[in-house]
Design a protein around this ligand. Structure first.
Ligand SMILES: Cc1cc2nc3c(=O)[nH]c(=O)nc-3n(C[C@H](O)[C@H](O)[C@H](O)COP(=O)(O)OP(=O)(O)OC[C@H]3O[C@@H](n4cnc5c(N)ncnc54)[C@H](O)[C@@H]3O)c2cc1C
Ligand code: FES
Length: 281
């Protein structure tokens, strides 16, 4: 079995920026070139506050973006929510941060006509890097893995209200078609991201499409069902709570189908990206 913690590193790295992007949403920039050079879209990093033991257990954050020049830093985007993210939001440039990674498998770079990225809320974080790679704007990993494997990329982005939308303009500048869904109708008609996805899938005619999805589990389950109905391959990035991130503690297991039955798989080292049709929702 391949173990995706094999190339991970541990460092006390330095925060170089920590800025607000949207309501309760921040972007932290971390100077850690060795880690940045390894990371690919859909992988994640574990983070702990370097000064003190609260919280004791690290938290996982998806790779958001890499330094496009010399890969000297990477960015994470986070929703300020509970114990770790509240403390993370207080960090200033020059502060230390305990980081280990990159971890997990990442999304598969498979050639297609149309990559449809579907995000619910803060589940948008893996998709700036994935969109860049798919459209050939940036290569990731050492040695670099394939890029430019999708002709078109659509980003279906669902949030509760418009003030949670972050970096929409960056996705647009990249060349992605961005379709926003707000539950309260504060940007366009009130609808869910699955409504938008259904419209996109309904207009596909003979194109080789693929879906990449991340967000709350009920939303991913609904996207998986829709993908099955439209017979479109779909990968989901699961956000099961994690403790070690390196395959030791089994906190993060998910039920994943096998050819005859199902088995528990560790999301940290055998995921977090799985074939949506193999996940036992
Ligand atoms: C592979 C993976 C990738 C991830 N990527 C990202 C990412 O890119 N960005 C991101 O933001 N998150 C991401 N997460 C989730 C992240 O790891 C954390 O779980 C999340 O940031 C919350 O951590 P926390 O310590 O701030 O909250 P915790 O303290 O762990 O709180 C968790 C929950 O409890 C609730 N809670 C906490 N304190 C209270 C309280 N006092 N009263 C009521 N409710 C409370 C919070 O609202 C929250 O719902 C990812 C998870 C995984 C597994
Ligand atoms: S988080 Fe410990 S095994 Fe996955």
């Amino acid at each position: 079995m391949t173990c995706f913690a094999d190339s991970a590193r541990y460092e006390i790295a330095t925060v170089t920026e920590n800025v607000r992007l949207a309501r309760d949403t921040m972007r932290v920039r971390i100077a850690a070139p060795e880690m940045a050079r390894q990371a690919v879209p859909g992988q994640f990093f574990m983070i702990r506050i370097a000064t003190g033991n609260d919280p004791l257990i690290g938290r996982a954050f998806a790779l958001y973006e890499l330094d496009p020049e010399d890969r000297a830093w990477f960015d994470l985007v986070y929703l300020v929510k509970g114990r770790l993210t509240t403390r993370l939001a207080e960090l200033r440039p020059g502060d230390p941060l305990a980081v280990w990674g990159p971890l997990g498998n990442g999304f598969d770079p498979i050639a297609c006509d149309h990559l449809i990225m579907v995000a619910g809320g803060i589940g948008q974080t893996p998709f700036l890097a994935l969109g860049k790679e798919a459209l050939g704007r940036q290569a990731y990993g050492t040695p670099p893995r394939p890029s430019g494997y999708a002709s078109d990329v659509t980003f279906c982005y669902g949030v509760r209200s418009a003030d949670y939308l972050s970096d929409v303009d960056r996705f647009q500048q990249l060349g992605c078609e961005v379709l926003v869904a707000t539950e309260d109708g504060s940007a366009g008609p009130a609808q869910r991201v699955t409504d938008v996805l259904e419209q996109v899938l309904a207009r596909q005619t003979g194109r080789r499409s693929r879906i990449a999805c991340c967000g709350p589990e009920p939303m991913m389950e609904a996207v998986a069902a829709m993908a099955r109905r439209y017979q479109v391959p779909c990968q989901v990035s699961l956000e099961t709570p994690m403790a070690c991130g390196i395959g030791i503690c089994f906190t993060c297991v998910a039920r994943i189908g096998t050819p005859h039955d199902w088995d528990y798989k560790r999301t940290c080292v055998e995921g977090p990206v799985f074939d949506a049709h193999h996940v036992q929702w």
